[in-house]
Design a protein around this ligand. Structure first.
Ligand SMILES: Nc1ncnc2c1ncn2[C@@H]1O[C@H](COP(=O)(O)OP(=O)(O)O)[C@@H](O)[C@H]1O
Ligand SMILES: [Mg+2]
Length: 243
């Protein structure tokens, strides 16, 4: 018989005195995106990557993770949708060497938001962050955590505390968020998530004759950014921004 597991509730960390965000830009690993971000993402920031199903969130999230691994930064990719077998297949399809990436510190993890409570998912996340000294994190996708949380307020509190913890540890994160349309809703969880995030990117899908993928930067805290809507394509090597 299994005993009772007790998980501490995540609370916001105390910001150390003189806390300063790291003044260093990191490459996203996505061709053309760093230029849109005025040179990359500031280390220690949280980026919300929103868009509809099939928009390219998982692809960009994986590229961001690969970039970290290739620079020998311990990287954690936690999926709530695809198990490691499915993820490995996707990674191979993009032309990357999974074994090499894993050898260089990429940790691919699947957590089922249907079977697990949010407390246990968060405890597992922080255990991995501490054990491996994680510097880059991707959560794919945070909206899936709704089914692991008992109510929306609780989920919001968790995500708020999580973002603060990542900032204190200067972990650079990409939080994917699946939207039901080509916009970010100005209410509910999407709105709360964009408010919490330093940077917000939005992928969209449209086109009559063929699917056109587009990417825009909606916000970058403390930095200029490209205000144009840019067409992107997914192919070997991943997603890239077209000229
Ligand atoms: N190696 C590849 N070559 C071309 N297109 C790909 C490749 N891998 C994935 N895609 C395309 O990317 C799209 C899925 O993107 P994905 O990142 O999974 O979207 P999301 O996570 O936003 O739902 C699919 O339409 C798929 O066909
Ligand atoms: Mg996806």
């Amino acid at each position: 018989m299994r005993g009772l597991d007790v998980y501490p509730r995540l609370v916001s960390p105390r910001m150390p005195e003189g806390y300063e965000p790291a003044a260093e830009r990191l490459s996203t690993g996505v061709r053309g995106l760093d230029e849109m971000l005025d040179g990359g993402l500031w280390r220690g920031t949280t980026t919300l990557l929103a868009g509809p199903s099939g928009g390219g969130k998982t692809t960009i999230g994986l590229q961001f993770a690969f970039e970290g691994s290739l620079r020998d930064e311990p990287t954690l990719y936690m999926s709530f949708q695809e198990n490691p077998t499915q993820l490995r297949r996707t990674i191979r399809g993009l032309g990357f060497d999974v074994a090499e990436l894993e050898r260089r510190g990429l940790d691919l993890v699947y957590a089922s938001p249907v079977e697990l409570q949010i407390d246990s998912i968060i405890v597992d996340l922080f255990r991995r962050i501490e054990q491996r000294g994680v510097r880059r994190l991707v959560l794919d996708a945070v909206g899936d955590l709704a089914s692991a949380a008992t109510d929306p307020q609780r989920l919001h509190d968790y995500l708020y505390a999580l973002v603060q913890h990542l900032a204190v540890r200067t972990i650079t994160s990409v939080l994917n968020f699946e939207t039901t349309s080509n916009t970010i809703e100005h209410s509910g969880m999407q709105n709360a998530m964009s408010y919490l995030s330093d940077n917000v990117l939005l992928l969209t899908l449209d086109g009559e004759d063929r699917t056109r993928r587009k990417l825009r930067v909606l916000k970058t805290r403390g930095s200029a950014h490209d205000t144009r809507v840019r067409e992107v394509e997914i192919g070997p090597g991943g997603l890239s921004v077209l000229r």
